[in-house]
Design a protein. Sequence first.
Length: 413
Amino acid sequence: MTWTPSSRVVERLGDALTTPPAPDDSRDDGPRSRRWWDQSLSRGAAGVAVLHAARGRPDLARAWLSRAVREDVSAAPGCGLWFGAPAVAFAVQEVGEHRCPETAHALRRAVTAVTRARLAAAAARIDAKTRPTRSEFDLVRGLSGLGAHLLRRSADPHDRALLLGVLTYLVRLTRPLRARDAAGSSAPGWWTNDMPAGAGADAFTGGHADLGAAHGISGPLPLLALSTLHRVQVPGQTEAIERICTWLDLWRRPAATGTWWPQRITLSELLAGQVTAPAGPGRPSWCYGTPGLARAQQLGGIALGDSVRQDHAEHALLQAVTDPAQLGALSDLSLCHGWAGLTATLWCAARDARRPDLRAQLPGLVAHLAGRACVLTAQDPAGLIDGTAGVALTLHTVTTGTTSGWARCLLLV
């Protein structure tokens, strides 16, 4: 099925992103900001290159890649799938390594070094029985994101070996950790003492468990499940998927408007076994809402051969996309927080779904996204995860019925 008006919107948005802005563009805020923008899959040049590669415009993709690598690509501790060497390597993979072999080789070495260092640090941390940071394991900066990139390259023996190392780590992450803190052995292995951005310190004293797809345990879950489906497995992988799914079952909440999960579980909630707030589902975003969590659990159910779990996940997603109150909470168009993320998640989930009514919701979502996207211009954020490129790529995907693999950066496929 195709939606012709969406094709015209994709062309218009793609044309608005033909030429990278000059290095001294007014949106830049000094050398550090420019470098971040260049190498960002989320908001910058690397993400736009992915859009043009999917559109079959290698000339434009290479122009944006050239912007992404005009300075040394970061392999610093803050890099991850959405920024730095892994982000640019992901973009190069989409554009085609044969188009820039020297850059591809250098990036591969950088990603290898980053992954090995992260795995060694994580193993030492687990051995010391201390809590992880979310950036150790999450999709955005952590080992789940690195694993997502490596899964795309798992036919290569070198990258497959690295991926097996990531999966082995994730199996260990899901096991209880006997840390000497208030949470103790009652908390899962991914319990963290990180302070969420903008959160009040008192609410998160004693740590928390993040359930989200971007920064929480619903990032490792689809990597474990997709690896299983691609026949890349390590001992304990099935049990790890089951442990995560069981944890999510524990905190699943029914409501008149649909099944929902909280974004995070605090220590007081863990000890009480009960969520204290909010009272119902939030916005249906990919990053923290029902869609991202439901897709992760759908993949978990498929990997486990658990049709009941798959059905529950698909029903939760259907409820989210048919509830006017939840849809009304979406305030932007992006893949991460907004309408594009909801649409891309539904499209990926519908392809694997046991129930046909998920796909029946797509035309309405696509029409809404295309209508809203008409107001976007070259002055809006450009990137893939948080910008125009992601909106255009979502519409391109559902219009053509194909994905080149870009949705792996969200672990939707």
